[in-house]
Design a protein around this ligand. Sequence first.
Ligand code: NAD
Ligand code: TYD
Length: 351
Amino acid sequence: MKRTIIITGGAGFIGSHVVRLFVNKYPDYLIVNLDALTYAGNLENLRDIDGSPNYVFEKANIQDTAAIDAVFEKYSPDGILHLAAESHVDRSIMSPMDFVYTNVIGTVNLLNTAKKYWGPDYSGKKFYHISTDEVFGALGSTGFFTEETAYDPNSPYSASKAASDHFVRAYGETYGLPVVVTNCSNNYGPNHFPEKLIPLFINNIINGKPLPVYGDGLYTRDWLYVKDHARAIDTVYHHGKTGETYNIGGFNEWKNIDLVKLLCRLMDEKFGREAGSSEKLITYVKDRPGHDRRYAIDATKISKELGWKPSVTFEEGLALTIDWYLSNAEWLQHVTSGTYMQYYDTQYAKR
Ligand code: NAD
Ligand code: TYD
């Protein structure tokens, strides 16, 4: 094999698309998927590539130093794509310490292991940390996040990601670890766990359940199709400059309520239901505490320097996403049973 790459969080939403892209596109790379299989990790996401000769799965928790060391010892990786994280803002409000343990301590553990096995020479190595635009905090009605925007996180999730970004940067500066960081906007697409807005609402429309819109519904997010994020990660891993950060976004801002109405319209068309049927499910509920009003990414740098841009429009991406959920009822049924239902009942009980 030409290269060995560890992808952490490869059984999750974005990670599974990155694993699939790398396994299929680079048959001469060995791809090691390192994942603890938390509630959000699901090997069903990777059934199609499971038997590939250049793919292996290692169940390990990034908080466990000995386990991470053992994986490095076994595979002598050239690179890490680090996606493993606790990723849901509402859960971070309920249980912030889980986010500190995985996102902060887990990331520092990985950095220490990389430093121990790769240093002090580091030639040919790369530690690529995948982060979020939420570290920049909230925008007013105008402006964009650039790579120069100061960090200003508001939720326990974004604070933990901000802390991990700072540690990655510090290991680059202090120890010379070859690091690169990207900050991406909200992803959507197949395999998205149905606790986040788009898959939750698709699932609720399928089941005729209320669509709980937080606050006034005028919060704004920039949405990117997950496969376009995976393509961006491939581009940055191979062509991004060491020590740099890149913002990744969809040039695609939507107010939540407008997005929900579009989703309702597309689902009504899919099901051949009378126009307006799904919109009747919209229910305004109590707002999320510390809710960031608006995110918007200026992705000029990655576009100009590395030639990446999104490949699908939002309407195309949403249609592909809805089709995926409708033809993967079994996947949806598996991930919405058991412990997920306990979370759902707690999160939405009092709203
Ligand atoms: P996800 O929650 O779907 O998946 C996370 C994966 O990490 C799961 O497979 C889980 O089992 C694994 N994991 C969690 N804790 C672990 C631990 N302690 N040790 C090993 N594995 C562990 O998350 P996602 O939405 O795919 O996000 C992936 C990464 O991308 C995260 O770092 C997230 O912050 C970042 N990101 C996400 C978005 C988004 O819109 N989802 C946008 C920008 C950046
Ligand atoms: P989410 O998918 O949780 O992503 P993030 O908080 O990381 O941006 O939420 C996207 C937006 O949708 C955010 O403004 C919160 C809102 N939202 C709701 O209105 N209702 C819901 O049930 C959820 C999960 C989110």
